[in-house]
Design a protein around this ligand. Structure first.
Ligand code: NAD
Length: 496
């Protein structure tokens, strides 16, 4: 069935129309077993529409279509330049409809419209174009062995890959996964989050126009325990890429191991340390720390949620950071209002989860320095919150909150803070603020994390790898590293 929505807001006026079925083999179809999922607007808590919910049967049909496409009309049969052209066309089509994509993301996720347009949609277009450029540059090596032999490597696609994406960056996470997979010649069965399927469905509607043969991209909407589980267990899928919680990542790895030992890339949760030394440029530290924790309402896998502040700067930093949180609080509201900078949490479940963490902080003896309350009376808005007087054993310091809640911890020495920062099961991101370049490099190298930012936070680049240490995942997305993740290397030995 078709979904039509008219946006009549100050920031965007326009109509959005697309099919809400499953996108399999180049067309929208109904699930084998009829089922629907309601899609909620987190700013109001009201239903926007219903979309089809697939099951393992639909995953199987999608995998068969993908396998057939791989055999007949994709993979290394199609020159890289042609695959790249299709990706470029897809990027152009998204760009042509960029405001509509941003509006859908604002409606479904609650992101401020301007942020969705400038961050999510813009980076999606950029990422797809970046990998379009890679498609004809997938190269092996000739390796000298002995003169009676020609030895070289080929970087070959896996074939059918499974991809499962979360709700915090629904569109841009699709671009991180789909673009390198297609550039390297794989075919895809992708599941969006059941909470945020709208931009995925809108994108599905552009795949044929971009020129992708039927079956190359399949989008099967549905729940994790049905569609997600079926993708993880499917014996024909050779590789799976997942972004989401560590708990789900563990289940996917187990299902992959128990079925056919799929190659698995996991991008999971975090509890990233953000360290501010006495000699930091305080204005910069406050600006980036605020973004680091509160951007996207704190629903960021690499959010800087543990803020370590050295004792000499603490009394200056805290009031400035508090002021920044309060300003954000006064810019909280309707994602389509021009002055909004902070929207709702994505769902009732996430709202409850974050409020429970705030309660736990109080019970454990921390101080809710600012925020801590629901904002407004409808939707899932939570005030930007700063918690002080935290200690290492508190839940608010140990566990991923995935909301706008910063835990602030005072420290004395470099040695002590490195130990505290690394005292976590996670290892996604980290940041250090100091004007001492030797210390910056020393600390960045000592932190156990896939990303180390110096005097910034969250400035992810499409051509730099992104991924986690420890229980924050394995494998890397973005950059040349993602090309490796979607290819398997064959060593060819020829006697001459
Ligand atoms: P989740 O990990 O359960 O959901 C992410 C995706 O995984 C969704 O598409 C979901 O349908 C799918 N999924 C769920 N169970 C599955 C299964 N058994 N097999 C295969 N796929 C499955 O996350 P959530 O429950 O929506 O959120 C809970 C917490 O996860 C958050 O509070 C946050 O801590 C974390 N999270 C992290 C990220 C990230 O970017 N790293 C993104 C979303 C959520």
């Amino acid at each position: 069935s078709t979904f039509t929505y008219t946006f009549d807001t100050q920031l965007y006026k326009g109509k959005s129309t697309f099919n809400t079925g499953l996108f399999i083999n180049g067309e929208f179809v109904d699930p084998v077993v009829d089922a629907k999922i309601e899609v909620i607007n987190p700013s109001t808590g009201k239903v926007i529409t219903s979309v089809s919910a697939g099951s393992d049967k639909d995953v199987d049909i999608a995998v068969k279509a993908a396998k057939q496409a791989y055999k007949t009309s994709w993979g290394l049969k199609v020159p890289g330049s042609v695959r790249g052209r299709m990706l470029s066309k897809l990027a152009d089509l998204i760009e042509k409809n960029a405001d509509e994509f941003a509006a859908l993301e604002a409606l479904n996720v609650g992101k401020p419209f301007g942020t969705a347009r400038m961050a999510d949609v813009a980076s999606t277009i950029d990422t797809i174009r970046y990998y379009a450029g890679w498609a004809d540059k997938i190269q092996g090596k000739t390796i000298e062995t002995n003169e009676k032999k020609l030895s070289y490597t080929r970087h070959e696609p896996y074939g059918v890959v499974g991809q499962i994406v979360p709700w915090n960056y629904p569109l841009s996470m699709i671009s991180w996964k789909v673009s390198p997979a297609l550039a390297t010649g794989n075919v895809i069965v992708l599941k969006p989050s059941e909470l945020t399927p709208l931009t995925a469905l809108r994108l599905a509607g552009l795949c044929n126009e971009a020129g992708f043969p039927p079956g190359v991209i399949n989008i099967v909407n549905g729940y994790g325990h049905t569609v997600g589980q079926a993708i993880s267990e499917h014996p024909v899928i050779k590789k799976i890429a997942f972004t989401g919680s560590t708990a789900t990542g563990r289940k996917i790895q187990i299902a992959s191991a128990n079925s056919n030992l799929k190659a698995v890339t996991l991008e999971l949760g975090g509890k990233s340390p953000n360290i501010i030394f006495d000699d930091a440029d305080i204005e910069q530290a406050v600006k980036w720390t605020t973004r680091g924790i509160f951007f996207n309402m704190g629903q960021n896998c690499n959010a800087g949620s543990r803020i370590f502040v050295q004792e000499g700067i603490y009394d200056k930093f805290l009031p400035m950071f508090t002021h920044a949180a309060r300003s954000l609080q006064s810019a909280t509201g309707d994602p389509f209002h021009p002055s909004t900078k902070h929207g709702p949490q994505v769902s009732q479940t996430q709202f409850d989860r974050v409020m429970d963490y705030i309660d736990s902080a109080k019970t454990d003896g921390a101080n809710i320095h600012v925020g801590g309350l629901r904002h407004g009376s409808e939707g899932y808005f939570i005030q930007p919150t700063i918690v002080t007087e935290c200690t290492a054993d508190m839940k608010i310091v140990k566990e991923e909150v995935f909301g706008p809640v910063a835990a602030v911890i005072k420290f004395k020495s470099e040695e002590e803070v490195i130990e505290m920062a690394n005292n976590t099961v996670y290892g996604l991101s980290s940041a250090v603020f100091t004007e001492n370049s030797s210390r910056a490099i020393r600390v960045a190298h000592a932190l156990e994390a896939g990303q180390a930012f110096v005097n910034s936070f969250n400035s992810v680049e499409k051509n730099m790898p992104f991924g986690g240490y420890k229980q924050s995942g394995n494998g890397r997305e973005l950059g040349e590293y993602a090309i490796d993740m979607y290819t398997q290397v064959k060593a060819v030995h020829i006697n001459v």
